[in-house]
Design a protein around this ligand. Structure first.
Ligand code: UDP
Length: 492
């Protein structure tokens, strides 16, 4: 795949933010760049490296040009418990800030490490939430590209909201405001827009993110042009630099072990899970999962269980809940639920091999929290979706899925849910809402058929973009662009 022939491999240094939804797509990016002939150093930390040990081992086994580089995170120095290296370990807001401070302290060790390498770095591609990496790139005299894990629709919204201070004089978080500068009429509310760390205590960090976004040499995103051309063009125009759409990046993985182990080791016996799916009718199973971060409270688990039961449809439900003291304890579910749904329901408690499941022909629908990775995986698998946003930019993704792409229907979430909220603050979606949505999505009505047809069309477009179309040529151009900028060998 390397079009650079005899030229030395450009050396990409990838620096993710340490949350599953940010790290997983960057590992996919590492594989994608390596397949296109680049060399990749993937910066991580000991705890985060251990979580993806099988991916690291597999990359080595397959002799890919990816090197995982664990740097010690100075947790104690910023007052974090030892080993607290991933955002999913923290529940208090102030710990998130401490964690970003700890990551910023990797500046020196990273520069030292990169200066020692026989193949000097050609560029840094780092997460939006790692703004300190702009200074590292400038110290090394190399470009910094910013990885923005949002789709272009949400990226543009986020950028306009922050740049134009859209909510500055809007005290009511639920008030709908028309978003000026957006390519069409769109109403947004502060409560359901991406926070970008703009709550009290995060102001300096947020300003640094915006500043580095404007200084970046380009933006890399996990979307594809044909999915949302209007918003890619508008975001590019507004931000004034190249937006490299190179997704859906996970589609570059052809090795089944790499796909199955994305993010973490699955909590289910993979063979059992696949055999169960094999035993179900094509397109009959509803996959229910809310990503890596969300934890579902018992009152909500109960409503989901009873809604799924009433729908009478087969389901594969991934549960991440705090209602059990340890992984081995039995989950609290409504009395008799598992017996009554035996044969048509499978529950995975913990981590599921999601990309593998979504691509199984028995899966016919996806109840999603609208995290962008899950959304793009659902789209690439040709699945219509029930949208159940929780927080961050997920309400904007819901708008894209339901009203722009028209491949989903909303379960009807009105307010946000996040990990730091107390149980009584959470607004629970009721069983009849869930039952209605499932029957409508999985049914035979014209609307359901049309949604399925559009979802299948998007799947084809996604695969084409990645394997021969826009994303394919963008990756190539990106590597050529970095090669043409030259690798600095004169840095001391
Ligand atoms: N994921 C997975 N198994 C799980 C939960 C999540 O493989 O049990 C993966 C999922 O495929 C996606 C990522 O974790 O790639 C979650 O990212 P997303 O943006 O959807 O949501 P977040 O976790 O950031 O809220």
């Amino acid at each position: 795949m390397n079009s650079l022939h005899d030229a030395p491999k450009p050396h990409f240094v990838l620096i993710p933010f340490m949350a599953q939804g940010h790290t997983i797509p960057m590992i996919d990016m590492a594989h994608l760049l390596a397949k296109h002939g680049a060399m990749v150093s993937f910066i991580t930390t000991p705890v985060n490296a251990a979580r993806v040990q099988s991916t690291i081992d597999r990359a080595r086994e397959l002799n890919t040009a990816i090197r995982f580089v664990p740097l010690r995170l100075p947790c104690a120095e910023v007052g974090l418990p030892d080993g607290c290296e991933n955002v999913d370990e923290v529940l208090e807001k102030d710990q998130v800030m401490k964690m970003t401070d700890a990551y910023a302290m990797l500046h020196e060790p990273l520069v030292l490490y990169l200066r020692e390498q026989s193949i000097p770095p050609s560029c840094i591609v780092s997460d939006l939430c790692q703004p300190w990496t702009g200074d590292v790139a400038r110290d090394l005299g190399i470009p910094r590209l910013m990885f923005n894990g949002f789709c272009a629709f949400a990226s543009l919204c986020r950028y306009l909201i922050h740049q134009d201070k859209v909510f500055e004089n809007v005290p009511d978080g639920d008030e709908l405001v028309i978003l000026p500068g957006f390519p069409h009429h769109l109403e947004v509310s502060k409560a359901r827009s991406p926070g970008n760390f703009n709550s009290p205590g995060f102001e300096k960090f947020s300003a640094k993110i915006l500043d580095e976004e404007q200084r970046a040499d380009g933006i890399v995103t996990n979307t594809f042009y044909e999915l949302e051309p209007l918003y890619v063009d508008a975001y590019e125009q507004r931000i004034g630099r190249r937006v490299w759409t190179i997704g859906p990046m996970f589609l570059c993985n052809t090795d089944r072990i790499t796909i199955a182990d994305r993010g973490a080791k699955a909590s289910v016996n993979q063979k059992h899970c696949m055999e169960w799916l094999d035993s179900m009718q094509n397109g009959s199973v509803l996959y229910v999962s809310f990503g890596s971060m969300a934890r579902t409270v018992f009152s909500q688990l109960e409503e989901i269980a009873l809604g799924l039961e009433a729908s009478k449809r087969p389901f594969l439900w991934v549960i991440k809940s705090d209602n059990k003291p340890s992984e081995t304890d039995k989950l609290l579910l409504p009395e008799g639920f598992e017996e009554r749904t035996r044969g048509r329901g499978l529950i995975i408690q913990g981590w599921a091999p999601q990309a593998l499941i979504l691509s199984h022909p028995s899966v016919g629908g996806f109840v999603t929290h609208c995290g962008w990775n899950s959304t793009v995986e659902g789209i690439s698998s040709g699945l219509p979706m029930i949208t159940w946003p929780h927080c961050a930019e997920q309400f904007l993704n819901e708008e894209l899925i339901v009203n722009v792409l028209k491949v989903g229907l909303a379960v009807g979430v009105k307010s946000i849910t996040n990990r730091t909220m107390k149980v009584h603050e959470i607004s629970v979606v009721k069983r009849n809402q869930i039952e209605r949505a499932v029957i409508e999505l999985m049914g035979e009505e014209t609307g359901a058929e049309e949604r399925r047809t559009r979802a299948k069309e998007l799947k084809e477009k996604a695969r084409k973009a990645m394997h021969e179309g826009s994303s394919y040529s963008n990756v190539k151009q990106l590597i050529e662009y970095i090669s043409s900028r030259g690798t600095r060998t004169d840095v001391q």
